[in-house]
Design a protein around this ligand. Structure first.
Ligand SMILES: [Zn+2]
Length: 218
């Protein structure tokens, strides 16, 4: 039986799926106050072409409107990915009580991975935090998203090459490669494939596979 924290993280995961449908890096967040979700957010950075459109900020803005206050005291935030420095700062400013996050972000996380803004003694507010809640599910949605992105990019490149060769080669012997064969041998092009330029790619391309850190609650 899932506990209440997992229930809220699953709500955040559903919002991450909403981002994914929009071809956004799938990150979702909810804010809970007295057993009720009062803020929801998901990454919309590409759609809005605005670097402020992170899931946590959207959820914080909604929760503030709901409570009619910038102070989110007594509120807990659930987010599928470890908050970045911008969002960790907003969480501190909003006086959020506790943050639960799912996947660790070894190259961009500001709640234990790269740094931990919540533990700097100079601040006047230190949110409690717990990382790794439903970590597998939260990591998987990100990994699957980037894998699909890479595959699509390789496929496009292959198709472009094929089209470029069409006028030069006689295909009577070999025929044109099918989409499936292009996909199957797309790994051959991996060394020539530039880094993808989609959102969060810098911090999520490798760490979830190789450098994922465990723990987070000190
Ligand atoms: Zn952020």
């Amino acid at each position: 039986m899932q506990n209440v924290n997992e229930k809220y993280m699953k709500s955040a995961l559903r919002l991450a799926q909403k981002a994914e449908v929009m071809d956004e890096v799938p990150v979702g967040a909810v804010i809970v106050h007295e057993g009720r979700i009062i803020g929801r957010g998901y990454n919309r950075r590409q759609t809005k072409q605005n670097s402020l459109e992170h899931a946590e900020l959207m959820a914080i803005a909604q929760a503030c409107r709901k409570l009619g206050s910038w102070r989110l005291e007594g509120c807990d935030l659930y987010v599928t990915l470890e908050p970045c420095p911008m969002c960790a700062g907003a969480i501190i400013q909003s006086r959020v009580r506790k943050v639960y996050f799912g996947a660790f972000d070894a190259k961009g996380g500001a709640v234990g991975s790269v740094t931990n803004l919540f533990e700097l003694p100079q601040w006047n507010h230190h949110p409690d935090f717990e990382g790794g809640l439903l970590e597998d599910e939260c990591s998987k949605i990100l990994k699957d998203f980037f894998r699909a992105k890479r595959q699509k990019k390789k496929l496009k490149k292959k198709l472009r090459q094929t089209e470029a060769n069409e006028g030069e080669e006689c295909c009577s012997d070999h025929g044109h490669p099918s989409l499936f064969s292009v996909l199957a041998d797309s790994s051959e092009t991996s060394t020539n494939t530039p880094q993808q330029s989609i959102s969060f790619s810098n911090c999520l391309e490798t760490p979830l596979d190789e450098n994922t850190q465990k723990g987070g609650e000190q």
